[in-house]
Design a protein around this ligand. Sequence first.
Ligand code: 8DG
Ligand code: MN
Ligand code: MN
Length: 470
Amino acid sequence: SGDKEEDGNLTVPEWACQRVARLVHLNKKLTDAIEVLQEHAELRDGHQDYSRALAFRRASCVLKSLPFAVQDVRQLEGLKDVGGHVKRVLSDLLDNGSSSEVQEILNSSWYQKMKLFTSVFGIGPSTAKKWIDNELESIKDVKRNSVRSSDWRVIWGLAFFEDLNSPVLRSEADRFLSIVQQEAEKLLPGVIVQLCGGFRRGKSSGHDVDILLTHPKEGSELGLLHNLLLALEKKDLILIGHKEKSSFRQEILFQDFKLSMRGQLDHFEKWLGICKFPKSFQEQRLDSCLHNDDSNSNSNCLSDHAAQDLDSVKHCEHSEADTQTQTQGNSQLHKASQEKSSEGTVPTCHSLNESFDGTSYEPSAKKAKCGSSLDACPDDLADSERDWVARRVDLIIAPYSQYYYALVGWTGSKHFNRDARLYAQKVLGLKLTSHGLFDMAKKEALPSSSEAEVFHHLKLPYRDPEDRNC
Ligand code: 8DG
Ligand code: MN
Ligand code: MN
């Protein structure tokens, strides 16, 4: 982290993945403001906006790892990630308590609508813009104007918008995790079930629950996801979801370096969906600390950052917004990454007759209830009286030989991953993904059997998940 050198110049390691970035830090007012600028640039989604967004992100990232609260921009001299624009905003904030530029964005109805619309599951900036162009103002408008999306994420994301936009609590993640652990252990003794994402980094709330599964006996994990989903369905925990087959092939690892840097997308078998969390999951249980099998994941039981990060829940994932590549100026790459994940490319056909083996999956109970009227189903269900809340869940299956890379990848933060991948490419000439670390020249993989080994191969100091919150 930061240090004052004798000549007064501040030195901070060049790469974010070399620094310590905690959820709770000393410059939150400043980083919140810079992150508004970052998000605004991301939503504008032009060419230059993307590199501007990254520049803002880098600046806020540096501020997060400073060992002191900034009181004067002159304290930031020598930090190359904090440029003139950011400095101007910061001095506004420090002098007047607020920044007119940030305030203007927060007050602009375009920004507010973009934030709102991109918070719908499956909606990225381009669809959000179309909705704004069509003069839609609210989620009600979107629903009323029956914007007929064929994407299951959008259909269900709209129907359960309120549920999905209320923060998932740590207690809910823990309760759900322990059920998944129980069921998976029954199906495959010795299975490793690991809570990832923001919760593993110590957040006390989040926008979804990310769970990574593997088994030390490579190959035994095949079929696990299918059976696990059946078990969860039997417990009436599943609302809707989409199972993706593994698209992993050995050959793709050593294909074109840059193209495969594409976004956060990986090739694991996974289920992205919406679960029914009983409302009772929201009750804090005294023994909730005991459910984690990972010593890193219980930080929340020790210190609670609820107040600070409850409002910073991010909603728009798996949408175009988060699949941007790290290769800033390359428009073709940027486009390619958008196309890959833009709305509508995920198989969307919502046939009620589709079997569980299919890519789309309708719970059996609803098949009976809804007959053939597809569109009415989710709304009816959302409006009905119920004792559960709709929650986004990601279940990911990793072969053990790739597990620790998957663990780092799915723990995040997103920016930590971006930075670490760029660092690996630029500094080491290696390709880092959630599948492994690869020497493209030697066509060699560098396997790891712990997270520490991943960091070791990367020539990075080991960082606990709590310290990867950049
Ligand atoms: P939150 O849910 O608490 O809001 O935050 P989060 O847990 O940090 O974000 P997330 O959107 O749930 O993503 C969790 C991590 O998973 C993030 O660092 C990115 C990483 N990740 C992969 N592969 C993929 C992928 O294919 N799609 C997405 N969306 N994320 C992926 O390693
Ligand atoms: Mn998450
Ligand atoms: Mn997720």
